[in-house]
Design a protein around this ligand. Sequence first.
Ligand code: NDP
Ligand code: 2IT
Length: 448
Amino acid sequence: MDAENYVKKVLEDVKKRNPGEAEFHNAVDEVLHSLIPVLEKRPELIKASILERIVEPERMVYFRIPWMDDAGKIHVNRGYRIQFNGALGPYKGGIRFHPTVNNSIIKFLGFEQLFKNALTGLPMGGGKGGCDFDPKGKSDAEIMRFCQSFMAELYKYLGPDVDVPAGDIGVGAREVGYMYGMYRKIVTASSQGVLTGKPLAFGGSLGRTQATGYGLLYFTNEMLKDKGTTFEGKIVSVSGSGNVAIYAIEKAQQFGAKVVTCSDSGGYVYDEEGIDLAVVKQLKITEARRIKDYLQYRPNAKYVEGSMKVWEVKCDVALPCATQNELDLASAEILIQNGVKFVAEGANMPTTLDAIAAFQKAGVYFGPAKAANAGGVSCSGLEMTQNAMRLSWTAEEVDEKLQVIMKNIFAAAKSTAKEIGDNDNLLAGANIAGFLKVADAMVKQGVI
Ligand code: NDP
Ligand code: 2IT
């Protein structure tokens, strides 16, 4: 069978075997289509049924998480962990707490993670987890009890050499700390390397909090350099106001850009003079408030209801840092009309497939998530190394390593794009470079 028909057939099977899982279908579609040129050159991979094997997770569990709120009422949530592919090392990937979490979301995130982790060059397989729990409005005690109940089941599947979760939407150092506490109590061992993104006091790495946002900017900076320009004076539009968005804004400002937007699920703020990051940090990190309250501190800024409207703002560089499918075709068309030159994904799969196609057609330089946002998991990999060596690197040492990793990822995506004769197609470049690492490892490990 030729490569194109092979890809078509596997994709059809994925849709049949995973009905109703639109996010997973899209993630597989995006990767598989870009693999056609490499499968044409490497027919032995088709013979090895590599795609049928790579789209099937090694295993996935889901489980009940009962917990009691402060008023004594009992709630039940559903938790998930997917161990997508362990060919390159222990399963690695974050945990998401958000009411939208379901099979499809976990599978798409796990699938993306597998190629992202391969691109980092660190020995990590792909995994992901989460729960349909909504942390908004919960007390600290409720969060703690929830994390404890979550880990009371999840611990069975983890270990520093087995599966190593971290944070994602709704999960930061506080939640990882509570989960680690429960894990340590159950296994009666101080296996710090079982989770990353921990608080610094017990094995956390300096720089992990900032790593995804900073890494995104290191990657995007390479894209700008490739086109002979810099961030100095550029207008940047960021969506989201969580962990990734905040440190993306911070590094963009350090690079001399003017960031004019940020958002949450309610809407976006536009600050013509540049976002005041101290206000965003106070609202979002310290006080857990809504982004519209930004106007109380910066009355000249504007607030617009509707999170997806953020893309109506004119900018040179757009950095979606909130969630999946937050930048659709209509938004892409507005950005293109307004002269956007660079789009790089801080979130996982924020840009819909038709929006990506529109950017590529219009000559907008596009940085795909699995390359551009790999800074977080890279730093997690560095945290695992520090835990294994029982030492801590300085913030400067970690940042230096992060910069090297992000530059290497850009170089790998770019040179692979050139090899297939599609110079600026970093999406295909990243997909192929990540895929080949995993595929070669799988072939060498035999049919298992
Ligand atoms: P946070 O929980 O810190 O922040 C999430 C942000 O996205 C908030 O501003 C939130 O707004 C917004 N958001 C979430 N869901 C929606 C939605 N359905 N519609 C609109 N806005 C939404 O998460 P992170 O910053 O950690 O994660 C953001 C993205 O980056 C995710 O796609 C995640 O998978 C990805 N990522 C994260 C990494 C990490 O290390 N943390 C690493 C690599 C990628 P609100 O508060 O209103 O919900
Ligand atoms: O999507 C991601 O890469 C993350 N949420 C970070 C995963 C990790 O293990 O640090």
